[in-house]
Design a protein around this ligand. Structure first.
Ligand code: PEP
Length: 251
């Protein structure tokens, strides 16, 4: 049976208190599509206000520290995210893997820390343009998963994987449907290897230049269980049509 689709927005370093009205607009409109799970991952400093503004709507972080607490200046623990009202967090986004030199082992520790307190996790993987052009994208993503998948996950919190080719993020370029299908199938197999039957319950999202005009086609691809959306999640007018496209595929 197909998994319920999840459409999650990643606001990255965008959003001030004046944008809480947009959070309200997105949450209200998303309520019209109960067949789709919708979430917004906002800057950490907005989480508490966003969560208070839209009770019951999923607000998430974009990163989390792996340690429970301690001398980690500027970092935020999983329990702090939860305490602020988050119900999920992204880990291992390529902008952090590249910009903050996060390695697979650290991404794994972050995912485990988040899951252990009951935060749902969206764990990102994806290949560079060079790898895509020279072949080996599936092996590269497979190696990322080998290194960064949490050791185990149970029903306390959900694990989702976001396949985000680095070259597709914010560029307007996307892989072909066949390339997305091949990658999602390979990720599904990897999840099965790691978690057995439970691996079938982990949603696999596609991310990278998803917008209203391409969402319907992307959501129709086998093993695409939703999307992680950057730029097009900032405004309800752009984001909600993507949610509607997911709902249309759900039927
Ligand atoms: C992202 O950063 O997770 C992303 C998918 O960005 P965009 O949709 O803007 O390509």
């Amino acid at each position: 049976m197909p998994l319920k689709k999840l459409v999650a927005g990643n606001w990255k370093m965008h959003g001030l208190s004046s944008d809480l009205d947009e959070v309200r607009a997105i949450a209200a409109a998303a309520g019209e599509y109960p067949s789709v799970d919708v979430a917004l991952c906002v800057p950490a400093i907005l989480i508490e206000r966003a969560a208070r503004a839209v009770p019951g709507f999923a607000i998430g972080g974009q990163d989390v520290h792996h340690a429970e607490k301690g001398a980690h200046t500027g970092c935020i623990s999983a329990l702090m995210l939860l305490d602020a009202g988050a119900s999920l967090t992204i880990v291992g986004h390529s902008e952090r893997r590249e910009g903050q030199r996060e390695r697979d082992q650290e991404v794994k520790a972050k995912a485990e820390a988040a899951l252990s307190v009951g935060l749902n996790v969206i764990l990102c993987v994806g290949e560079s343009l060079d790898v895509r052009e020279h072949g080996g994208a599936v092996d590269t993503v497979g190696a990322q998963l080998d290194g960064s998948l949490p050791a185990a996950f149970d029903s306390k919190a959900e694990l989702a994987i976001a396949y985000e080719p680095i070259w597709a993020i914010g560029t307007g370029k996307i892989p072909t449907s066949a390339e997305i299908a091949e990658m999602h199938l390979a990720i599904r197999a990897k999840l099965g290897e790691r978690y057995g039957a439970d691996g079938a319950n982990a949603r696999i999202l596609y991310g990278g230049s998803v917008k209203a005009s391409n969402a319907g086609e992307i959501f129709g691809i086998a093993d695409v269980d939703g999307a992680l959306v950057g730029g097009a999640s900032l405004k309800a007018a752009d984001f909600i049509p993507i949610v509607a496209a997911a709902a249309a595929v759900e039927g």
